[in-house]
Design a protein around this ligand. Structure first.
Ligand SMILES: Nc1ncnc2c1ncn2[C@@H]1O[C@H](COP(=O)(O)OP(=O)(O)OP(=O)(O)O)[C@@H](O)[C@H]1O
Length: 259
């Protein structure tokens, strides 16, 4: 089957520093694939390249068989490739529900033409967006705080809201960058469940960068280990955790602790 994301022989350097070195990997459709590796391995750089936030020097990136190399993030958004972002400062003064309602890329109300000539259409579309936002906020378990300012939500609730924002569009693949950081265990459980439901019920594919190994172990199969800008090994979490090369990459020497 055509992979959802296919990274082929990608290179990227910052000045003289070669950060991504002939990196090739693929993310299977419908998978929750983990991307782990020691600090500085190049995980965020690779994410930024896939998400259209950073140009690569050479190589290719394909989305469901279509070349998307160096396409800007907004073009990828329309193709259903999204990444979660921290709730920006200006959005913290809007309610949780309004944050969701802001997401759809082409709200008819924004077009003057539609606003003047088709007010009925604008109202109907806004109503549709609101209904969907209410469904999404219920799905992610934040219905009870829907009218709270986003800035007042807890760290974990903000992460759930970020995930909810991806559901307002027709996402096919979502890149999650360290979504567990700073989230308490209870909300982390909710986050994991929601990711699993999106994967199982809506067919989302996920690529997950995460330092939290519990979260990787619960969610991801397969797990890809990046070291010095290229793939060291790929396998199940059990295979990864018992691989001596991986242990050495994390700890610098053979060791009996696991990553
Ligand atoms: N914009 C940049 N300019 C110069 N160097 C950069 C830039 N972005 C990243 N780097 C360097 O590239 C290397 C890889 O960084 P990257 O953030 O991709 O690693 P990472 O695997 O995500 O690390 P961590 O797990 O610590 O977040 C590091 O040495 C970093 O200092």
């Amino acid at each position: 089957m055509t992979p959802m994301i296919d990274v082929r022989h990608v290179h990227k350097a910052f000045g003289g520093l070669r950060v991504i070195n002939d990196c090739s990997l693929s993310v299977a459709k419908g998978s929750i694939t983990g991307l782990i590796g020691p600090n500085g391995a190049g995980k965020s750089t690779l994410f930024n390249i896939i998400a259209g936030a950073l140009p690569l020097d050479s190589g290719q990136v394909l989305l469901d068989g279509e070349e998307i190399t160096n396409r800007p993030a907004n073009a990828l958004f329309h193709k259903g490739l999204l990444r979660t972002f921290q709730i920006a400062h200006e959005f913290s003064q809007m309610t949780a529900l309004e944050n969701l309602m802001m997401v759809p890329p082409a709200q008819a109300g924004e077009g003057l033409f539609n606003a003047w000539l088709k007010p009925g259409l604008v109202r109907a579309q806004e109503e549709g967006v609101r209904r969907k936002a209410l469904e999404v906020i219920d799905f992610i378990g934040l219905y009870h705080v829907r009218n709270e300012l986003a800035g007042n939500l807890s760290g974990g609730q903000k992460k759930l809201l970020e995930l909810g924002r991806t559901m307002m569009t027709d996402a096919r693949v979502v890149l999650l960058d360290e979504i567990a950081a700073g989230v308490n265990r209870t909300l982390l459980g909710d986050l994991v469940e929601n990711i699993e439901r999106l994967n199982r019920d809506l067919g989302y594919t996920f690529l997950v960068i995460e330092h939290d190994m519990d979260m990787i172990a619960r969610l991801c199969d397969p797990v890809i280990v990046l070291a010095q800008g290229s793939v060291m090994v790929e396998g199940t979490i059990q295979e990864i955790q018992s691989n001596p090369e991986v242990i050495e990459a994390y700890f610098g020497a053979p060791h009996d602790a696991t990553p």
